[in-house]
Design a protein around this ligand. Structure first.
Ligand SMILES: NC(=O)c1ccc[n+]([C@@H]2O[C@H](COP(=O)([O-])OP(=O)(O)OC[C@H]3O[C@@H](n4cnc5c(N)ncnc54)[C@H](OP(=O)(O)O)[C@@H]3O)[C@@H](O)[C@H]2O)c1
Length: 343
């Protein structure tokens, strides 16, 4: 029997990852961990991912790790080293380019010992993992020159200070020009969403494409136009605050969530578009969630670990599209009750 350790399982996203892992991998033994863990269940460990001894002890007998410890503004070195030492697979939900880069830098160092076949996928969530994988089949079409993704979130969904901070962190860097542009998009059933451009792991060198790369944009919105205007305002205001203050603001913002929840909906969507050189949309994938939209970013990590466990021949992957096809994603998302349209 394989053993999966979910670190950060007591958090908002970790709870979703845990529930999905139980559902999609009933044959796997699941243990959980966090700094405050170990209180009730014997399968809930006390582990600090920044502490080498704690990580080494937690990884004894573990075959795979899902790291849901956000915000991803710390060094992943201890955890990646630990996973290679224990020869266990590793995935995380990071969207922070510096974190993802640090993971693969460490993987490169560890890979010098070629006998270890460990799968490591950083960014195994909506962005970049799912967007990369869902759009992979378009790589055969030479007319695709650019990609853009539009994520819309329902403001009635639960949130955490960490999620708000992760959303706002790029706003603290004035050079990243978040929400400099606003654009309206009409979704199915005529719902209008006002999107702003948002920093993404594609900003530095685009999306890997046919052995090279192409530009990829990432736009986000909520279900109320007001929030897009507030985010635009934040892009001017937040750069003047030190990061600990921004963290505090995010914690305080949580007090308003009951009010925000009253005004919002649970509907979310992700639209991925491929464009030709005339700027025409030639392929599109649309994913709609009526509710439970937060399970969408949680699902890729679970599917990736499941696939890694199932792989008969020992292989090491560093890319979600090596493990999953767009069709496999469609099947999983549909099974979870989401509507997926692929054109
Ligand atoms: N890439 C994407 O598309 C995407 C989409 C959605 C979410 N996300 C990411 O998901 C992340 C998770 O957010 P969340 O709302 O679930 O956070 P959260 O509710 O604050 O949970 C954080 C969890 O990590 C644990 N933790 C914190 N520091 C730790 C440490 N040093 N060692 C071990 N455990 C530690 C916490 O428990 P203790 O405090 O007890 O340790 C808690 O269980 C966010 O950063 C967000 O960016 C990414």
């Amino acid at each position: 029997m394989k053993t999966l350790l979910i670190i950060g399982a007591s958090g908002l996203m970790g709870q979703r990852v845990l529930a999905l892992a139980k559902k999609w991998m009933p044959e796997v033994r699941i243990i959980t961990g966090s700094r405050s863990g170990g209180r009730q269940e014997p399968t809930d460990l006390k582990v600090d991912i920044l502490d080498e001894t704690s990580v080494t002890e937690a990884l004894v007998g573990v075959d795979g790790v899902i790291n849901v410890v956000g915000p991803y503004d710390y060094s992943p070195t201890v955890l990646i080293k630990g996973c290679f030492a224990a020869e266990c697979h590793y995935v995380d939900l990071a969207e922070v380019p510096e974190f993802i880069q640090s993971v693969y830098e460490q993987v490169y160092k560890e890979k010098k010992d070629a006998s270890k076949t460990v799968t490591v996928i950083s960014g195994c969530s909506t962005i970049p993992g799912m967007i990369d994988t869902m759009s992979a089949s378009w790589q055969e079409d030479e007319s695709v020159v650019r990609l853009r993704s539009f994520l819309s979130m329902g403001s009635k969904n639960p949130t955490s200070a960490t999620l708000i901070y992760s959303l706002l962190l790029p706003f603290c860097d004035i050079k990243r020009n978040n929400f400099e542009y606003l654009t309206t998009k009409i979704l199915r059933f005529g719902q209008k969403r006002l999107y702003g451009n948002h920093a993404s792991p594609y900003d530095a060198s685009g999306m890997s494409w046919r052995g090279g790369s192409i530009p990829a944009e990432f736009w986000i919105s909520f279900d109320r136009r007001l929030y897009s205007y507030l985010l635009k305002l934040s892009s001017y205001v937040l750069p003047v605050f030190p990061l600990p203050w921004v963290k505090l603001i995010c914690r305080m913002a949580q007090f308003f969530s009951p009010l925000i929840n009253q005004l919002g909906t649970t509907q979310g969507s992700l639209i991925i578009e491929a464009l030709d050189k005339e700027g025409q949309v030639i392929h599109q994938i649309s994913i709609y969630a009526e509710e439970n939209g937060l399970n969408i970013p949680a699902l890729p990590s679970v599917l990736a670990i499941k696939k890694s466990f199932e792989a008969q021949d020992s292989q090491s992957c560093e890319n979600l599209s090596q493990l999953l096809t767009p069709e496999a994603f469609k099947v999983a998302l549909t099974a979870e009750g989401y509507q997926v349209e692929m054109e």
